[in-house]
Design a protein around this ligand. Structure first.
Ligand SMILES: C[S@@+](CC[C@H](N)C(=O)[O-])C[C@H]1O[C@@H](n2cnc3c(N)ncnc32)[C@H](O)[C@@H]1O
Length: 209
């Protein structure tokens, strides 16, 4: 099992995305209507120009791009190559190369936070502390949208999708994911098992009261 002192999983994820960024991007289509619906709920009531954070923003397509059409977006990612692509796709956003479990922002910095397909790569024993940090970075009333797995699992694939690099994931089950969000102070507004691009994940829209 990974621990905070064990750099191996992070190194696998960082170098993996550096190597497969173009493959991952090539597989991205337009925004799925179900994800668009969640994003519209996340953005509900927010003024144009509100500060939004995209954790594990990847190449910025399509979610960072969508957010940047209305909001002042900060994108955070571990992978230098992903960020190179994101800067190209979303020139108006601000990007930081950082680990989302180590980066810090002042309390109440953001009106919205998203993490699409990214917390699934963070060692699961760090998920509770990460949820607490995200709650702290949000303004009261701000919303957090992310996806988690439905079943508990942790492990790696040697050659993910035949793209020539290993990858690593870490998951709790759906109930545990919801419990840790509630413990971090979030109210769950939506929790849905959605099949998007053929993969079913738990999508959660949570609100800081
Ligand atoms: C599957 S991609 C998703 C990218 C984008 N959110 C999307 O929906 O297309 C996961 C991204 O999360 C990033 N990531 C994984 N673990 C991270 C961490 N601890 N801190 C920051 N970024 C991380 C990876 O580098 C990768 O770019």
């Amino acid at each position: 099992m990974a621990s905070r002192d064990d750099p191996a999983p992070r190194a696998i994820v960082e170098s993996g995305y550096d190597r497969i960024a173009e493959h991952y991007l090539a597989g991205k289509g337009p925004l799925d209507p179900a994800l668009l619906d969640l994003l519209e709920d996340l953005a509900r009531d927010l003024p144009d120009g509100a500060p939004a954070l995209d954790l594990g923003c990847g190449a910025g397509v399509p979610v960072t791009q969508w957010l940047a059409e209305r909001f002042a977006v900060t994108g955070v990612d571990l992978s230098a190559r992903q960020l190179e692509l994101a800067r190209r796709h979303v020139p108006g956003a601000t990007f930081r190369r950082a680990d989302m479990t180590a980066v810090d922002f002042p309390p109440a910095s953001f009106s919205a936070v998203v993490a699409c397909y990214s917390i699934i790569h963070v060692p699961r024993e760090e998920h509770p502390a990460l949820a607490e940090r995200i709650a702290r970075w949000l303004r009261p009333g701000g919303r957090f949208l992310a996806n988690w797995a439905i079943g508990a699992w942790e492990g790696a694939e040697r050659d993910w999708l035949g793209w020539g690099a290993p990858m690593w994931w870490s998951h709790y089950d759906a109930d545990t994911n919801l419990t840790l969000l509630r413990r971090a102070g979030f109210t769950i507004e939506r929790a849905e098992r959605l099949a998007i691009s053929g993969e079913t994940w738990l999508w959660v829209l949570a609100r800081r009261p």
